[in-house]
Ligand binder design. Sequence first.
Ligand code: FNR
Length: 339
Amino acid sequence: MRLDRKLEHIRLSLEQNKSNGYTGFNDIMLVHNSLPQLNWNEVDTGCTFLGKKLRGPLLINAMTGGHPQLENINFSLARAAALTGVAMAVGSQRAAMETPAARRSFEVVREANPDGVILANLGADCTVDEAREAVKMIGADGLQLHLNVPQELAMAEGDRNFKGILRNIEGLAQQLEVPLIVKEVGFGMSRESVACLHASGIDYIDIGGAGGTDFMAIEETRCGKKLNWDWGIPTAISLLEGLSVHSKGCLIASGGIDHALDCIKALTLGCSLVGMARPLLRVLMDASDKGLVGYLEDLIQNMHRIMLMLGAQKIEDLKKVPAVISGKSYHWLTLRGID
Ligand code: FNR
């Protein structure tokens, strides 16, 4: 059952509306700099994440694994990450805990990318032993723990009990040897959720906002009961919510981001890394391995170009670039008392 679901997730996510929903990034305007005082070669898009260098602050976010037919996809994503110098997370390794044959589709990721940043992935209700096994399986640099209540509730076979998850995360943070990255899967996190995670010892948080892949709709489509609720906190808004209580930690922006300008907007607001899932899967499916490498190279080049137009030499400098927030995002932030 779980294995077929993985294949359906790929198919249904690619069938979802091609144009993105509301992420809030259209409400963010960056202030152009006519006198950047920089040459092209001085601009550096690189950063360090979990002790390793990346050519761009980018993450191929968790998608798949756990089925023999998914081995090629994971290999291609990992190879593209290695060739372009970005980080990558595998999809949930739960299937590999239950079916040893499912391990291969995860293990290929480390083989395709021996030196890069690779993140393991499990639900936030996993045990310490499962977490250690997931990390060991792929020699991971960190472990993503996903939060996906709306997705579970939309699934006939989904979980219904969520009490104790925060305490479980706290226990994992105390006992695991690698950093934990707690992530949403496209519903966004409020500042209250981010503050709870921060208080539980979590530094790395992927706010996984709304406006991109909609897993509630995917699960409802699987059950034949689509409700079109558009649930969740849009990505840019969720990022600003999170930053208002966790500005010194490492926030990852993801959810509906598919071009360099939105990546730079997210970094200007204050995130440390930008994650992308379905847009990269779509490129891989439509344009092959070479196409995905080209897409990521273009993304890094275009980020470089925008940084020069803003007078930002390093990624860190983007946090000093002025941004103007208008529209629905401004309204939300004002009502929530977020500066
Ligand atoms: C996902 N996502 C996901 N997340 C996770 O933590 N574990 C998982 O196993 C999966 N599986 C998965 C499958 C497929 C096909 C997609 C497209 C996505 C969620 C993903 O990491 C991300 O949070 C959301 O997709 C939102 O980002 P995008 O797609 O809008 O960039």
